[in-house]
Write a protein that binds this ligand. Structure first.
Ligand code: C5P
Length: 392
């Protein structure tokens, strides 16, 4: 989704300016055309040569020396941009934008653009918490600017507090959200589950499985990037993705409760989680001593979340199988009354638990089968949503 997009990356004079190099590099690798605009102060922290080398494009900074051979001026840049990102954004640039000032290339370009603008502040904690800065940020938020909040941590001034530039992954996530706003899933609400549930035996031990959660996270991020509102119910313990409501759960019972709440008003539920089929009938309140640990633990069935979740939405299940893949998947499709099942041969090379790729067959409610080649989990996720969007 980022390929061939044009991002104007504004870099201002904060010590976090060096982190903009990583952002520029990641965006370029993702196929984005990155046009960098640096303020004078930014160039005291990081050289334009660094950004030029990473983006393979000339870097603009001087209002009075437009790079004519590339037709770069504040107006042409402003018009060409799909999105403008200012990272790091100092208190100064935030104040200037909030007041509509245009005294250098970056501020003029922001004033001239109709593209969405993402601001990732980075500054000393007192500057960040100063009511003036706070008011300026709120003013920008109200005007539709997308703010990527700074995080709390050790700052360059040797204090600990809020003001550290958000992680590159968060800023990348914000760019995808903003670019996806008009995507083919805009206005849709979807629920995705991820990871393997853990069924407690006692406070220390559990029954678990090998699910990594990667497929579920890929599904959640794909839907977000296409403009959907996404709730991710996860037992995977992975970092929370930007722009996705993430509910962490452990057991099948907790996942059921979270899913039942989340699916209210949803258009689709995609259950990529590997839910335990059985759980210990009783959970011991304190750690069972090895000597008394029974070899015969009594188990009971867990609730079937996909079959039991109430509501009128598209239901997509996964069938992770090691044999008779298609026959087993078709049986689940029918038994659970699903719209689509993703049959996943967990024994195939590069497929199944923990890998970044997957080999699946999509089987839809009318019985039609689409055998997909080995592809990344993200590509599989895109195919699943393609099906949902066209078969609702
Ligand atoms: O029954 P089985 O586990 O093979 O079915 C797989 C599909 O059903 C998956 O999508 C899984 O997330 C879902 N499932 C569920 N609740 C369970 C067991 C599986 O929703 N208790």
């Amino acid at each position: 989704m980022l390929t061939d997009k044009i991002v104007v990356l504004g870099i201002t004079g904060s010590i976090a300016a060096y982190k903009a190099a990583e952002l520029a590099s990641r965006l370029t690798q993702a196929g984005v055309r990155v046009d960098v605009v640096m303020t004078e102060a930014a160039q005291k922290f990081i050289s334009p040569l660094t950004l030029r080398s990473l983006t393979h494009r000339l870097v603009a900074s001087d209002m009075w020396e437009p790079l004519e051979e590339h037709r770069i001026s504040h107006v042409s840049m402003a018009q060409a941009a799909d999105v403008v990102v200012i990272a790091p954004a100092t208190a100064n640039i935030i104040a200037k934008i909030a007041c509509g000032m245009a005294d250098d290339l970056l501020s003029s370009m922001v004033l001239a653009t109709k593209a969405p603008v993402i601001i990732a502040p980075a500054m000393n904690v007192n500057m960040y918490e100063n009511p003036v800065t706070h008011a300026n940020i709120e003013k920008l938020r109200e005007r539709g600017f997308y703010i990527v909040e700074p995080c709390t941590g050790r700052l360059a001034c040797d204090t600990v507090g809020r003001g550290r530039l958000a992680e590159t992954a968060q800023i990348m996530g914000a760019i995808k959200i903003v670019l996806g706003k008009n995507g083919d899933m805009a206005g849709k609400k979807v629920v995705v589950t991820a990871g393997g549930t853990r069924e407690p035996i006692d406070p220390v031990r559990f029954i678990g499985n090998r699910s990594s959660g990667k497929m579920g996270y890929a599904l959640a991020e794909s839907a977000r990037d296409r403009g959907a509102r996404v709730t991710l119910v996860t037992a995977a313990g992975l970092p929370e993705p930007t722009g996705i409501e993430t509910l962490a759960v452990e057991s099948a019972a907790e996942m059921l409760a979270a899913v039942q709440k989340a699916v209210k008003g949803a258009d689709a539920l995609v259950m990529a989680a590997a839910v335990a089929d059985f759980r210990p009938k009783v959970m011991a309140k304190s750690k069972i001593k090895k000597a008394t640990l029974s070899l015969n633990m009594e188990l009971e069935r867990t609730p079937d979340i996909l079959a039991d979740a109430e509501g009128n939405f598209i239901r997509v299940g996964f069938a992770a199988e090691s044999e008779n893949l298609l026959a087993n998947a078709k049986k689940k499709l029918a038994d659970k009354v699903l719209d689509l099942i993703v049959a996943n041969d967990v024994t195939a090379a590069g497929s199944g638990f923990g890998t970044d790729t997957n080999k699946v067959t999509l089987i839809s409610r009318d019985g039609s089968e689409t055998d997909l080649p080995l592809m990344t989990k993200r590509e599989v996720a895109d195919k699943v949503w393609d099906w949902v969007v066209t078969n609702e």
